[in-house]
Design a protein around this ligand. Structure first.
Ligand code: SF4
Length: 698
């Protein structure tokens, strides 16, 4: 291997929503042979976590899908060319459409591909192929935040910039293990020179909780009651910010609702003392202090995540901690391009953050894309869980799975194994032919991965960055963008998508469609400008483009609602959907276990170095008192079972969990055999975080 690159290129990392920029070291042929973190990029400031450092490894894996694979009459997957693959795709899905209509096939896609590809998929499937249902794995990570922001602010608008982590006096992390889930953002916290108080609200003593100033160790899903109790104390003590309360709707109703949430009344539900709650309320409302609220999956992946997110939004609003440096109610997204999905293709929104149900939006999008307006459905898509339920009922018979692995990652995954038998045709479009989902497919379409194609990703702080093609995809694998072009042509709607020649061409007309929306980026000239400015946060309108490369929203106190005021939204906390009982006496917590593996390990599991950094066999954390009571020893194999399934794991004894709780990292495929299929009623996000299980010696 040569040590000095012939040239370099840059690309945003393709894993988490932090959006670090990597410098790719190229050989004489323009092929990436190595990488390092980009020093001057305003997000990562020269840092990367282990996943980013090893981002090239998964491209060289021997199990890359190199050619389409089609299941034959004997049930074997056989290599075929693209023409035969397209024939099968079109004939099988058209057959279902003719027999069962436009709801017969659905797609399940991803927050891991550039937004030009996401937009293409959504437009092709709905406006070209004529179906209406498609959702993404972003349902599993940020649907809650989307809904919370849309309802409260009038648009899905995370208000912050990462610089706020360095400018806060009080940083409150709720259900966020920032140290390992977003390690570079944790480094940003460590750079804060204001000696901030770092408060972690989490049932588990995570790495972040252990490093924090204060760990508020509440009971599982005690967060909503606690947040209401904090608001109760603040309103009771007159510690609200009158000017910001004026910029909200519903304050009187909220104040009346809070009457029932005195610390004495929530102590039992939260597992906290009255003094702890009162003290915390004073800390998060101290006059003159900049308080920021940050949340991730501990809040989002819950049966009442939207209201918990809005409870933080309410606290930020009524204390005036928004629209100013070091403040905000801030969702840190999971995937590298979850924000792209939020703005360019999800169940309710189409390109440019437009709403399917709005006739004027449909007209504008049709004109911008050059397609008949009748092709755009006014109906929202079913959400992920509803798509699977419709498949169980036989209403949906075909699934097109793009760059995601639901047979590992979806909640209560045993149900999907049964569902497989009810589906007529499953297409999996992926880099690998070995994922749990690809193994049950009827047709595998081999796709290029990160590093093998161009496009844009949008990170958690709304920053658009580019990814580059610095490797050739193996065999005859193609970028998702080119696969969509092939499908458009084969389906017979290629003329409608003639302008979608390549990702940057698509960027230009997608950009134009954002005009006058809150996410207006009409001032962005193209990929070169994005790279030159170190990424660009939306909004960036052509008229009066903002200066500087770090900006937050709502500095003027105006929100995107029709009144211009933010809405205070709330409802009473519900009981755990599945509380522990005598048969299943433990509460199972799940979450990220390491910074070196990503989700289902589909890509990171291909790296020798990353595998060495994390146990490949499942382990379960148990409190020392429970281990002693049950006679369990370190590393002993146990069986963990729920009402839905069971799995084996080795014992790891640690007081990171409280007595009566177990923790399993989500990276092992068996974990979702156990999880409970319950959902937030507003966002339909699955409730991965708490269910009832039993543990026994194997
Ligand atoms: Fe940065 Fe996230 Fe990539 Fe790690 S995985 S390098 S934190 S973007």
């Amino acid at each position: 291997k040569r040590l000095k690159p012939a040239s370099t290129a840059t690309a945003i990392c393709g894993y988490c929503a932090t959006g670090c920029q990597l410098k790719l070291h190229l050989d004489d042929d323009g092929r990436a042979i190595n990488l390092s973190p980009q020093a001057g990029y305003p997000v990562n400031l020269g840092m990367a976590c282990p996943k980013g450092w090893q981002a090239l490894d998964p491209l060289d894996s021997p199990d890359r899908a190199t050619t389409p694979l089609l299941r034959n009459e004997h049930g074997e997957m056989m290599p075929v060319g693209w023409a035969e693959a397209m024939d099968a795709f079109v004939s099988r899905f058209k057959n279902l459409q003719e027999k069962l209509g436009r709801e017969s096939v659905a797609f399940l896609s991803t927050g891991q591909i550039p937004f030009e590809e996401m937009a293409f998929l959504g437009c092709l499937f709905k406006f070209g192929m004529g179906f209406i249902h498609g959702d993404a794995n972003t349902r599993q990570c940020m649907a809650t935040a989307v809904t919370a922001y849309k309802q409260a602010f009038g648009f899905d608008a995370p208000p912050y910039t990462y610089g706020d982590l360095e400018e806060s006096d009080v940083i409150v992390l709720v259900g966020s293990n920032l140290c390992i889930a977003h390690p570079i953002l944790w480094q940003r916290v460590m750079r804060n020179k204001r000696s901030p108080r770092i408060i972690v609200i989490d049932p588990r003593a995570t790495e972040t909780a252990q490093a924090a100033t204060q760990h508020v160790r509440l009971k599982p899903k005690g967060d909503l009651a606690l947040l209401y109790s904090l608001a109760h104390c603040i309103v009771r003590d007159g510690r609200t910010d009158a000017a910001w309360v004026e910029r909200t709707e519903g304050f009187d109703e909220f104040a009346a609702f809070l009457h029932d949430y005195a610390p004495e009344r929530v102590a039992e539900k939260t597992g906290l003392s009255v003094e702890e709650i009162e003290s915390l309320a004073r800390t998060v409302s101290e006059p003159g202090k900049r308080v920021s609220w940050w949340w991730t999956m501990g809040v989002n992946q819950s049966y009442e995540g939207v209201r918990a997110a809005q409870a933080m939004i309410n606290l930020a609003l009524i204390t005036g901690n928004i629209g100013k440096p070091g403040t905000g109610a801030n969702s840190i997204t999971g995937q590298c391009n979850a924000m792209g999905s939020r703005l360019f293709s999800n169940t309710t929104s189409m390109v440019g953050g437009h709403d399917f149900s709005d006739a004027a939006h449909r007209e504008k999008v049709a004109a911008g894309l050059g397609i008949p307006v009748e092709n755009i459905p006014s109906d929202y898509s079913l959400a992920y869980d509803q798509i699977l339920a419709a498949a169980e009922e036989g209403k949906i018979k075909g699934l097109w799975i793009v760059a995601t692995n639901p047979f590992h990652s979806w909640i209560d995954s045993g149900r999907l194994a049964e569902l497989r038998e009810k589906l007529d045709f499953i297409v999996v479009q992926d880099m690998y032919h070995t994922t749990e989902s690809a193994r049950v497919a009827d047709l595998v379409l081999p796709s290029a991965g990160w590093g093998e194609k161009d496009g844009c990703l949008i990170n958690s702080e709304r920053r658009i960055g580019t990814v580059k093609k610095v490797r050739e995809a193996p065999g005859i694998a193609l970028s998702d963008f080119r696969i969509f072009r092939l499908i458009a042509h084969a389906w017979g709607c290629g003329d409608l998508f003639a302008r979608w020649t390549d990702p940057e061409a698509a960027f230009h007309f997608l950009r134009d469609l954002t005009k006058d929306r809150p996410c207006d980026i009409t001032g962005v000239e193209g990929y070169e400008m994005i790279d030159r400015l170190g990424g660009i946060q939306w909004p960036y309108p052509a008229t009066n483009p903002p200066s500087g490369n770090e900006r937050r929203l709502f500095e003027d106190g105006k929100f995107f609602t029709s009144s211009g005021r933010a809405k205070l939204l709330f409802s009473p906390p519900a009981e755990l959907p599945e509380a522990p009982d005598s048969a299943y006496p433990f509460t199972l917590l799940t979450g990220r276990g390491t910074s070196s593996q990503w989700h289902t390990q589909t890509r990171t599991g291909k790296s020798d170095i990353l595998r060495k950094l994390y146990p490949q066999e499942a382990y379960v954390e148990i409190h020392p008192a429970d281990a002693a009571r049950l006679g369990l020893r370190e590393h002993e194999m146990v069986t963990i079972c729920s009402r839905r399934g069971e799995m084996r794991a080795s014992i790891y004894i640690a007081p990171t969990v409280q007595p009566g709780q177990l923790f399993l990292p989500m990276h092992y495929p068996e974990v979702n055999r156990l999880t409970h299929p319950s959902y937030d009623p507003h966002s339909r996000q699955p409730n991965y975080k708490a269910c009832a299980v039993a543990i026994s010696k194997t």
